[in-house]
Design a protein around this ligand. Structure first.
Ligand code: CU
Length: 482
């Protein structure tokens, strides 16, 4: 049984080999890049993210000396949250290594004497046992040297592979090594280095202080932080990537993991080309590319219009709640044909006669029957609440953590009735603090009549432990006319 299967597969294989051209047959048996001669010795330029070293261009293959220092050092995950990172070269991700095919890389792995642990390195660009891990296991205060020849062009992850491997990677021990093809990659105007990683801390997301690694959360793949370049905000605000309209951009994007795969996406931009999984195959016109843990992609696009383009893991709670968010700021002249921006806002009424202007609050139709008593105010107010407010603030006014503030026992609400009336009438955008927690969301202006505003606020103030104020139509009108 086994034998006939073997014979059959040999037959299929032989036919395939006969069909394929001689060139491919050769490539399958040996990698001719192993024969590329090297001329001279050269010290590799290493860079910290998001920067990358100078392209190889037309340079010949060389003996390339890489000196990589391992540093265990404290850093900031986000405001007030410290983390003990383990790093290649002092950064997460580690220093970018840029080689060309045929280079003979002499790798010097140095473990700083102040470090507490032994480490090593597994480079996915290495053809050989452990990707170098076995030859590079090095104790604090020591250096290990090994060498390898780059046989396959592509973008590769490197990482520590010392037990417990998952923990070393989770603490930030990963980076990228690029092997350029003969003659180099095509010219682009800007190149950047980005790497996603998931982090697991004893405290919940945002809990202050020095946060130790949490092994159980890591095993469960229940990340507290999912970030680009080692921390929340590494690529936002003043740290944003930049480009000018008309420039071509290449992103070297890796995923260190240890566990989560990345659905990498840039909001408002389409990838012209993606070297999928960092290899030779190019996909064109891509919206989101999947980057496996321990994998990478080369992404290229031309920026055509100005604006801030948001880099995300499109597993979207990771972006907006766990940190996987970066920015590319593009300056230059707008092109209204490619993107107009907002042209106008009208009101949309499916049954109506057509597009009308937004009504002012005075024009909003008053509820048909005004409430005649406190009990009716509560009843009508509850109806309005369940139609208008419930989706965000929830049935018991408890809100949604990190998204929408609570109305129950709310210090913000109870402190100022006029302010509350104003928010229902005009909406609210920006950061506020409610019961000690910060919220930064958008509440749009609500289409409620003066009566309805009075009723809904009376209902809210007289529910869930609030201050039992009664809001009248006159109070709402006073705020409206201020
Ligand atoms: Cu390590």
């Amino acid at each position: 049984m086994k034998k006939s299967k073997y014979l059959l597969s040999s037959f299929v294989l032989a036919s395939l080999m006969l069909l394929s051209c001689g060139n491919k047959e050769e490539k399958a048996s040996e990698n001719s890049n192993a024969d590329i001669p090297v001329s001279r010795e050269m010290i590799a330029e290493l860079t910290s993210p998001p920067n990358v070293p100078t392209p190889v261009g037309a340079r010949k293959a060389k003996k390339l000396i890489v000196e990589m220092e391992i540093l265990e050092k404290e850093g900031e995950m986000t405001d007030g949250v410290k983390y003990m990172y383990w790093t290649f070269g002092g950064t997460v991700p580690g220093s970018f290594i840029r080689t060309r095919v045929g280079d003979e890389v002499e790798f010097h792995l140095q473990n700083h004497p102040d470090n507490k642990l032994p480490h090593n390195i597994d480079l996915h660009a290495v053809t050989g046992t452990g990707g170098g891990a076995e030859s590079s296991f090095v104790s604090p205060g020591h250096e290990k040297i090994f060498s390898f020849k780059t046989l396959n062009p592509g973008l590769y992850v490197y990482h520590c592979a010392t037990a417990p491997v998952g923990m070393h990677i989770a603490n930030g021990m990963y980076g990228l090594i690029l092997v350029e093809p003969e003659g180099g990659l095509p010219h682009v105007d800007k190149e950047y280095y980005i790497m996603q990683g998931d982090f697991y801390t004893k405290g919940a997301n945002g809990e202050r202080g020095l946060q130790p690694f949490d092994m159980q959360k890591a095993v469960d793949e229940n990340a507290d932080y999912v970030v680009f370049n080692g921390k929340v905000g590494a690529l936002t605000g003043d740290n944003a990537l930049t480009a000018k309209v008309g420039e071509t951009v290449r992103l070297f994007v890796g995923n260190g993991g240890p566990s989560l795969v990345s659905s990498f996406h840039v909001i408002g931009e389409i990838f012209d080309k993606v070297h999928i999984e960092g290899g030779e195959m190019i996909n064109e016109n891509v919206q989101t590319t999947l980057i496996p843990a321990g994998g990478a992609a080369m992404i290229e696009f031309r920026v055509d219009v100005p604006g801030t383009f948001i880099l995300v893991d499109h597993s979207i709670f990771r972006a907006f709640n766990k940190g996987a968010l970066g920015m590319l700021k593009v300056e230059g002249e707008p092109n209204k044909t490619i993107y107009s921006g907002e042209i106008s806002e009208g009101i949309y009424l499916p049954e109506g006669p057509g597009i009308q202007n937004m009504p002012t609050t005075d024009e909003i139709v008053a509820s048909e029957i005004p409430a005649k008593s406190f009990e009716e105010q509560m009843e009508f107010g509850k109806q309005a609440y369940m139609q208008t407010c419930f989706a965000c603030h929830q049935a018991e006014g408890q809100g949604i953590p990190n998204a929408f503030p609570p109305l129950a026992k709310s210090d913000y609400l109870n402190a100022d009735v006029d302010r509350a009336i104003g928010i229902v009438l005009n909406g609210l955008t920006g950061e506020i603090t409610v019961n000690g927690n910060k919220y930064n969301s958008v509440m749009t202006r609500q289409m409620l009549s003066t009566d309805e505003v009075a009723n809904v606020l009376t209902y809210v103030y007289n529910s869930w432990g609030n201050s039992k104020k009664v809001v009248t139509k006159a109070m709402v009108e006073k705020v409206k006319n201020n």
